[in-house]
Design a protein around this ligand. Structure first.
Ligand code: COA
Length: 163
């Protein structure tokens, strides 16, 4: 399919759950842009530059995936990039209501843009960036949940904060 799809999120940090979704999307679309929101509604642990660098390092092997920061409405970003598709991952049942609301709102803002949902991989159903940060900050092992670059960065950041 010769189409661009946008995979938006905060990616604070990118996890193996996100990598799973973007890898599968990269097989369906000719170009996938992982769009990292500059100023999310929630406070981030990592700066925008850290979130971008970690996503770039984790996805360098996917040649049709690009990383870009964005401001403002995601539907406007999608339109600017001639992307008719937004990708979102769904975990178990917890994401449904929020994702349903967002997709309806985005549809109202721009009916030309479709949201496509992909079920999160079985191993990643209960994974979230917040849980990764919490477990890592308490000394738990998150090496099976995040790309190795992210694991190293979280360890580095934790050790430097402790100094
Ligand atoms: N595997 C593991 N975890 C996953 C996942 C997957 N497949 N998919 C989502 N998650 C987790 C994330 O880690 C994150 O966890 P956290 O809340 O603990 O940090 C959570 O699910 C949701 O994060 P994410 O997918 O990054 O979405 P978000 O809610 O942070 O981002 C935006 C939402 C940025 C896409 C949305 O707010 C947006 O489009 N903003 C731009 C402004 C706009 O257009 N607003 C109107 C939209 S209707």
């Amino acid at each position: 399919m010769s189409q661009t799809a946008i995979y938006p999120g905060t990616f604070d940090p990118i996890t193996l759950g996100h990598v799973d979704i973007v890898t599968r999307a990269s097989r369906l679309y000719s170009r996938v842009i992982l769009a990292i929101v500059r100023s999310p509604n929630k406070q981030t642990y990592l700066t925008l530059d850290e979130r971008i660098d970690l996503a770039q390092a984790s996805l360098a092997h996917l040649k049709n995936v690009e990383i870009e920061p964005f401001d403002g409405l995601i539907v406007n970003f999608a339109q600017q990039h001639q992307a008719p598709v937004l990708i979102r991952g769904l975990r178990a049942t917890s994401d449904f209501e929020y994702e349903f609301m967002m997709s309806q709102m985005n549809k109202m803002l721009n009916p030309q843009i479709e949201t496509m949902f992909m079920m999160a991989g079985l191993d990643y159903q209960f994974l979230s960036s917040s849980l990764v940060k919490e477990v890592s900050s308490l000394g738990g092992d998150v090496s099976r949940l995040v790309p190795s670059e992210v694991f190293r960065h979280l360890e580095f950041k934790l050790n430097n904060l402790e100094d």
